[in-house]
Write a protein that binds this ligand. Structure first.
Ligand code: ZN
Length: 190
C-alpha cells in the first residue's frame, strides 16, 4: 500500500501585469510500508504550510528517510535543513551542486512502486518520480511546471533543451493517470 499526499501545491508569484517575480514548488510525501519519502522541499515561505500538512497527516518531518530533488533550483530545495536525517537524492545531470545530495542516475527503483525517471529539458538533470499507488502518479517537478504545459504540449518557459522537454512530457503522459506538477495542483489525465 502506497499513500501519496501533496504537502503544498506550488505556484508562481505574479505581479498585476502577470509577470513572474517568484516561485515556490509543490512538495509531496510518499509513504510505503516502511519508507517516508518527500519529493521537493519547497521554499522557506511555504514551510509553515508544509509543517501543517505533516501535522494533519500525522507524520513527523524527522521521520522522512529520503528526499528526492526533481532538480536543484532554489524554489525546490530551500527547506532541506528541515530534513537533516534524510538521504538526499539528485540526478547526475544537474549542474548546481547540493552538498548533501547523493547522485543517482535515473531510472532507479527507490522502493517497490516508486521509480525515479530522468525527464530532462527544464534542466539537464530533471527527474520525475513515478508512483504506482491507487492510481499512477507522476510527480514531475518542472518537467511539467503547470497544467497548461500539458494542455498545450508546451515545454517549460525556462528550458535547457526544448526537444528533450517535449519527449519528457510525452514519457510522463504515457505513464501517468495523474500528473503532480512542479507549480500547480495535481490533475487527472485518464
Ligand atoms: Zn526549476
Amino acid at each position: 500500500m502506497i499513500n501519496l499526499d501533496v504537502l503544498v501545491v506550488g505556484d508562481f508569484d505574479r505581479d498585476a501585469d502577470g509577470n513572474v517575480f517568484g516561485a515556490y514548488s509543490t512538495s509531496v510525501l510518499i509513504r510505503t510500508g516502511d519508507r517516508k519519502i518527500v519529493v521537493d522541499v519547497g521554499t522557506k515561505g511555504t514551510w509553515p504550510a508544509i509543517k501543517t500538512s505533516f501535522r494533519q497527516i500525522g507524520v513527523f518531518p524527522e521521520d522522512v528517510d529520503t528526499v528526492v530533488l526533481t532538480h536543484s533550483h532554489h524554489d525546490h530545495v530551500e527547506n532541506l535543513d528541515r530534513f537533516a536525517g534524510a538521504k538526499v537524492l539528485m540526478h547526475s545531470g544537474e549542474e548546481r551542486t547540493i552538498e548533501r545530495a547523493e547522485i543517482v542516475d535515473a531510472d532507479t527503483e527507490l522502493t517497490r512502486g516508486v521509480r525515479l525517471v530522468h525527464t530532462p529539458g527544464h534542466t539537464p538533470g530533471s527527474m520525475s518520480v513515478f508512483v504506482d499507488a491507487d492510481r499512477r502518479y507522476a510527480i514531475t517537478g518542472d518537467a511539467v511546471p503547470k497544467r497548461g504545459n500539458y494542455d498545450r504540449m508546451a515545454p517549460p518557459a525556462i528550458c535547457s533543451d526544448p526537444v528533450a522537454a517535449l519527449k519528457s512530457i510525452k514519457d510522463i503522459i504515457e505513464y501517468a493517470d495523474v500528473i503532480v506538477p512542479g507549480h500547480d495542483a495535481p490533475f487527472a489525465i485518464r
